[in-house]
Every structure is written in C-alpha cells, then in structure tokens.
Design a protein around this ligand. Structure first.
Ligand code: SF4
Length: 332
C-alpha cells in the first residue's frame, strides 16, 4: 500500500468522526515547528525558519498541548531542523502516546548522531528526508557540499534499522524534471517507502528568483505525471493532475495547521499573517472562506500539497470514479 494500512484507517476514522459532528473543516495534519534553528540555510527557505536561537524553542509540554488542541491525526515535525531539538525523543514519545502519526522532516545531517539509537523505530513514526535533486542540484539548494551523499547514506541506514522512510522533493523553477526522474529511480533502488513531490512556494522573504509560476508548475508536473506510475510516489495522482493543470480545486488551508515558536500561524503553512497562542482564536478568527477561494494575490502561483491534498480527499464524495481510482492507487 502507498500509505500503511493503520495510517489509512486512522485517517478514514478521523474523517468519519468529523462528518458525524457535522464539521466541514478540520485539521488533517499539524505542522509542528518546535524550533527555528537549523544546521543549514537552504536557498528556498524563509530565513526566519533557520536563523532562530535554540533558546527560543518551544517546550515539549507546549507542543503536546497544541497537538491536543488541534486534534490532527498526523503531526509533521519540521522547523528549523528537528534533530537539533534537544528534547526530540520526549516529544516523539508524547505524540506516540497520543496515537498520532509522526513525520520527522529532516535534512538527515544529524540522523546518525542525534536520532538513531535514541528514538527507536515505531509503526507511527516516519522519517521524511528532504532531497531536492541529485548531488549537484541538492548541494546547491542547501548551499553546502556533501549533504546529498550524507543524506543517501542516512536513508540506507534508516531503512536498515527498520524505520518507515520517505523522501520529500520540492520542485523549483530551475529543477530539471529528468533529474527528478533519475532521483526517483535511485530512491526506488534503495527501496524507499514513498516519494512526495511538490512545487516550491515563493515565500515573501526569499529574494532569489527560484520559484515557479503557475504555468511553470503545470509544465513540469505534466512530465512528472508521465513517469509517476513507475515509482512509489505518495503525492496522490489527483493532486499531480491538479499540479499539471488538468483539474482544479479550492484550497483547504485549514487541513494543515502550523504551530511555531510564535504560536499558531495563520492563515496557512506558507503565509505569515497572524500569530496567536490561542487555538480557538486561530481557528475561529481565520477567514477560511476567503483563503479557500484563492483570491489573495499570494495564492496566485500556489499549488502546494499542504493546501490541496486535503481538497482532493474532500472532493472524493462528489466523484465515485475518483474515489475508486484513489482506493486502487493506494493498494498498489
Ligand atoms: S493557495 Fe497556497 S498560499 Fe493560498 S491559502 Fe492555500 S496554501 Fe496558502
């Protein structure tokens, strides 16, 4: 299966419970940024996310309370670089105790020193390594030589130790799609458990012109669609068709809620408009109708999976054909 059975069934149960309560909007994934400290400074990353001081990190109990408040069944621990977070083992333990599915989003540099041997493999834990291309491209994007080779060694070690291991690849303006295909083939040889492909988003604070217009995204994802059936890509085929411009969705920014060292960030993972420590204030105070409509100029070139994978799922009830197609795809 593309997604392990226990994740699929927990997600379906979550949707059924929310439907019974009459909720049309609810979080699927919590993006947890316990720190804005990083051991890299990637050229596509908002500077705020990697220049923070370690002393300003969130305490574990504050992270766990936020996970309780939002109730999302999946928690993506990112940042910053989560392996730099000194309390990572306690945080993961607390989230597993709450029956959450955890995605540890990492550049893999410190997996050997700070993670393996400290956090044991668990069916609820996925190691998600960020790789933006083959060696030359990835090392350019992360602005340091040797990172690609180390990440590949860490992926092998993660698999060897029994962690569920996937790779997350962002596609930028200059990304050569043939190279993405080459990367997918390499990762397939390493028996990777999943490959997540998403277009880059132009953060307001990133000055370098590496991001895609909507037309660029569609052109590149048409090529991705051609080779995607050959690899274990976990971006859904309906999302890939959306990215390629073959179908359209409203955004679901409420599906992926973001908790940071400044509190809940609204309206979405990408746009920093408001911060608050209070869940109710964030959830009830965000104009979801407005952000779903994508009328804001900052949404014009956005096709991020954080906004649209949930839209794919929510729209399945309108199309039994899509529902069958997605179920069949998940079984492959
Ligand atoms: S379209 Fe993109 S930028 Fe706009 S609200 Fe959705 S996720 Fe955020």
């Amino acid at each position: 299966m593309r997604f392990p059975l226990h994740i699929t069934t927990d997600m379906l149960k979550h949707q059924a419970r929310q439907a019974m309560k009459g909720n049309r909007r609810y979080p699927f994934v919590m993006m947890l940024e316990p720190l804005w400290t990083c051991n890299l400074a990637c050229i596509g990353c908002s500077p705020e996310r990697h220049t923070g001081k370690l002393v300003d990190r969130l305490p574990v109990d504050v992270c766990l309370r936020a996970a309780d408040d939002c109730g999302a069944p999946a928690v993506s621990i990112c940042g910053g670089e989560p392996t730099v977070y000194p309390e990572l083992p306690e945080l993961i333990e607390g989230l597993i105790a709450r029956k959450r599915h955890i995605y540890l989003c990492t550049n893999a540099l410190l997996l050997d020193k700070r993670f393996f041997g400290k956090v044991p493999p668990h069916r609820r834990l996925t190691v998600n390594v960020h790789l933006d291309g083959m060696r030359a491209t990835h090392d350019y994007v992360v602005d340091r030589e040797g990172v690609f080779d180390h990440a590949i060694e860490m992926i092998k070690e993660s698999k060897r130790r029994g962690y569920h291991t996937i790779v997350n690849t962002t596609i930028y303006k200059e990304t050569d799609i043939d190279e993405v295909e080459e990367l997918c083939a390499l990762l397939t040889d390493l028996d990777i458990d999943g490959i997540l492909l998403s277009p880059g988003y132009h953060y307001e604070k990133v000055e370098r012109d590496i991001f895609l217009t909507r037309q660029d995204i569609e052109t590149k994802f048409r090529r991705v669609l051609e080779f995607s059936p050959r690899f274990r890509i976990v971006s859904t085929p309906l999302f890939l068709e959306f990215a390629a411009g073959y179908r359209d969705y409203r955004c679901s920014p409420w599906s992926t809620v973001t908790f940071t060292p400044r509190g809940w960030k609204g309206p979405c993972y990408l746009i920093e408009r408001n911060f608050t420590w209070d869940w109710d204030e964030f959830w009830n105070g965000t104009d979801w109708d407005y952000w779903e409509s994508r009328q804001d100029e900052r949404c014009a070139n956005c096709k991020m999976h954080s906004g649209f994978e949930a839209s794919v799922v929510m729209d399945l009830k309108k199309s039994p054909r899509d529902m069958v197609r997605l179920a069949a795809w998940n079984l492959t």
